[in-house]
Write a protein that binds this ligand. Structure first.
Ligand SMILES: [Zn+2]
Length: 62
């Protein structure tokens, strides 16, 4: 997902939230567009019920 007004100069990874100029990664979002918070073990459970984990810095659905 890319925020309004963002100048994207590179590929945006799945579930990555970028905005700004230049666009930077500001966090990660769920498929339902809610922000994801990862715990220290790299796991995140969205309030919609979807689970994600971090793999080499990339967000992957669990
Ligand atoms: Zn969700």
């Amino acid at each position: 997902m890319v925020g309004a007004g963002a100048v994207v100069s590179r590929d945006v990874l799945d579930y990555e939230l970028v905005y700004g100029n230049p666009a930077k990664c500001r966090g990660h979002i769920c498929r339902c567009a809610q922000k994801l918070d990862f715990d220290s073990s790299g796991l995140s459970l969205c309030s919609c019920g979807l689970r994600y984990h971090l793999e080499n810095g990339k967000v992957c659905p669990s």
